[in-house]
Ligand binder design. Structure first.
Ligand code: UDP
Length: 430
């Protein structure tokens, strides 16, 4: 196991989003998506006019939300929208509580005592007293800061709750607690129509997106890839199957090890498990221990735990892989799937959350429903390389159409426009 401390590419601090001067500008995306898309963004931005947005979430580093905000914020600023990003503060107790909320919202059975709700609200109130919300649009990401709305009943601006998690089977107690707060918002955004709950406010569907020019996704020299694999002691003598995900029960890393072990009885390959830890996640070490136990002393299983990921290294792991697996049990969206498809990797993903939006089974990847299914997928892709290549190629096209950051910028601009015309209950912002 490797523990990597250094981080050279991600931001940190209370108000992230101020990228280094070398960060790509909108013009740099012309090469990737074509001039028409950039022109469309500029026209939409001119219709939006002089508006401001505040993004609020609970971590500056780790996980898909922080990942996206680091790029979306500066690019929206470039389009003339004044965007500020602020991260709420919390102690260990608060983040333990919000992690249990997160798990319960994704379906974990558990009972909450009243004092847990009191602590959650008190921390939201503390944060509220230190923050200002003067922008035209306030976007609150996920449940951790969701109750901030309570202190803004008589607001003049719009507040939107952006939910990145899978709400298809929420624990009833936690949803009954949270729902009244969500319904105080002007609208809510979900990553898939599959799990948008019944709410008395308008809802939008908003796919997340990846940044093709980010260190995570840009082209790499093959020598760099070789060096990264060597640095972590992963030989390239046989096909590599990889899952890159936080060590979180919903990512089912134990199931990935089981699927690999089943498949390896028939096809020779290695498993690479790479995972880091979000700042607001107290659970990772516990899950990691379970994965290590499941792997036993198998020399073909490489378990890498990163305190913080280096994006170019994640990129290298993805590019070095013959198959990428994302065997989640619940999933908000799974940026990792789009990242892998963009690199033309064949992906085996569970049919949960936003994964089926990215993987059209048999065309842009394989959708599976079980450990056995994932194991069969590994066997089938390793024994049919032409089919695997075709999935990867089609996958890249799908990502180019739907899941690149330019599409996300468009959705935010359309959201600003749509909020002035609130006449529909559910709106797809495409
Ligand atoms: N990621 C990373 N290092 C890791 C695990 C994940 O950099 O060890 C990145 C991954 O490449 C992706 C994001 O973190 O960009 C995870 O987003 P996703 O939507 O897949 O899952 P989340 O963690 O938000 O549930």
């Amino acid at each position: 196991m490797t523990n990597e401390q250094e981080d050279t590419s991600r931001g940190s601090g209370l108000t992230p989003g101020n990228e280094k001067p070398s960060a790509p500008t909108l013009l740099d995306y012309k090469e990737v998506v074509g001039p028409a898309i950039i022109e469309e963004l500029t026209i939409l931005a001119s219709h939006v006019g002089n508006q401001s947005i505040k993004m609020v979430n609970s971590t500056a580093v780790g996980g898909g939300v922080a990942e996206m905000l680091h790029r979306v914020v500066p690019l929206l600023n470039e389009l003339g929208i004044q965007v500020e990003w602020e991260v709420i503060q919390g102690d260990e107790e608060f983040f333990e509580i919000t992690k249990t909320f997160h798990n319960a919202l994704q379906g974990e059975e558990r009972h909450f005592e009243e004092d847990v709700f009191r602590t959650y609200l008190a921390r939201n109130e503390d944060n509220n007293s230190k923050m200002s919300f003067d922008q035209d649009l306030i976007v609150i990401h996920d449940p951790q800061p969701a109750a901030l709305i309570s202190w803004h009943q008589n607001r003049r601006n719009r507040w939107v709750w952006r939910c990145h998690i899978d709400l298809s089977h929420p624990n009833r107690q936690i949803w009954e607690f949270l729902r009244p707060y969500i319904e105080k918002y002007d609208s809510a955004i979900f990553s898939s129509a599959l799990f948008s709950p019944k709410l008395d406010i308008p809802q939008y569907r908003f796919y997340p997106a990846i940044d093709p020019l980010d260190n995570k996704n840009k082209e790499l020299d093959s020598s760099y890839i070789v060096n990264v694999l060597a640095k972590y002691g992963v030989p390239r003598d046989k096909p590599i199957i990889t899952q890159i995900s936080r060590y979180d029960p919903w990512k089912d890393p134990v199931g990935v090890v089981q699927a690999f072990k089943m498949a390896r009885k028939y096809v020779d390959c290695r498993l690479l498990m790479v995972g880091d830890k979000a700042e607001d996640d107290p659970e990772a070490e516990r899950i990691l221990e379970r994965v290590i136990r499941e792997a036993g002393n198998d020399p073909d299983i490489h378990i890498i735990f990163l305190t913080r990921s280096i994006p170019t290294e994640i990129n290298a792991f993805q590019r070095a892989s013959d198959i990428i697996v994302q065997k989640s049990l619940r999933e908000g969206f799974a940026l990792t799937v789009s990242e892998a498809l963009w690199k033309k990797r064949p992906v085996i993903g569970s049919a949960v959350g936003g994964i089926p939006a990215q993987i059209i089974d048999g065309y842009t990847g394989l959708l599976v429903h079980s450990v056995e299914g994932a194991s069969l997928g590994i066997r089938s892709l390793l024994t049919q390389p032409d089919f695997a290549n075709k999935l990867g190629k089609n996958g890249r096209e799908r990502v180019k159409e739907e899941f690149l950051i330019t599409k996300n910028l468009k959705r935010y601009l359309l959201l600003l426009l749509a909020l002035d015309r609130p006449n529909k209950k559910t709106i797809f912002l495409n």
